[in-house]
Write a protein that binds this ligand. Structure first.
Ligand code: GAR
Length: 213
């Protein structure tokens, strides 16, 4: 059984999608938030998942917060840490500690539009394709080997809200699938590329890793 700790900061709809996917061979060991009021904590509790809060506001430095968060995570000895709308930048030491076993979802087709306000930036740039990316976390923000990307066309009348809603739907399909591949030990990282062991499923509207040669 692979143990997963999910980190959230707010609504937690991606966490919810992963929990609801009930991935065989995986157990959600805990959901941890850096914000006491994160709405997603209630869903986790209702589903019998241990929750805790490590509030960044309680720590004087990023390092102190990172250490406290790592202590909390390590209690569960997780195989995988899933960042699901976790909105704190994590320090290099923290990231290296979990290298190869920490994933993030970001609402853009990386490397376009790292950081915040990705839908606004996509509209300002006039791109015709926009989407979301699941990637392994490395010290540089919103970088790291890409596991999967989901794309949607940008229409003339799209707004930040309409793009966010459409892309979130894609996220809810793509993220559980990426976690499932990790649990099945099918993801092979080769430099900055991620390959998928075995037969790749074709998905409409999103891009999966290439099967291993
Ligand atoms: C999602 O759209 C996720 O891609 C984004 O925040 C939202 C969280 O929603 N993540 C980031 O911007 C990370 N930089 P959720 O809490 O309902 O899963």
């Amino acid at each position: 059984m692979k143990k997963i700790v999910i980190l959230i900061s707010g609504r937690g709809s991606n966490m919810e999608a992963i929990v609801r996917a009930a991935i065989p061979g995986a157990s959600i060991a805990a959901v941890i938030s850096n914000k006491p009021g994160a709405a997603g904590l209630a869903f986790a509790r209702e589903h019998g998942i241990p929750t805790s809060v490590v509030s960044h506001a309680d720590f004087a430095s990023r390092e102190a917060f990172d250490d406290a968060l790592a202590n909390e995570i390590d209690q569960y000895s997780p195989d995988l840490i899933v960042l699901a709308g976790f909105m704190r930048v994590l320090g290099d030491d923290f990231v290296r500690r979990y290298e190869g076993r920490m994933m993030n979802i970001h609402p853009s087709l990386l490397p376009s539009f790292p950081g915040l306000h990705t839908h606004r930036k996509a509209l300002e740039a006039g791109v015709r394709l926009h989407g979301a990316t699941v990637h392994f976390v490395t010290p540089t923000l919103d970088c790291g080997p890409i596991i999967a990307q989901a794309a949607t066309m940008v229409a003339d009348d799209d707004t930040e809200a309409s793009l966010a809603a459409r892309i979130l739907e894609l996220e809810h399909v793509m993220y559980p699938q990426a976690v499932r591949w990790f649990v099945e030990e099918r993801l092979v990282v080769a430099g900055n590329r991620v390959q998928l062991r075995g037969v790749a499923t074709q998905h409409r509207g999103w891009i999966v890793p290439q099967p291993e040669a």
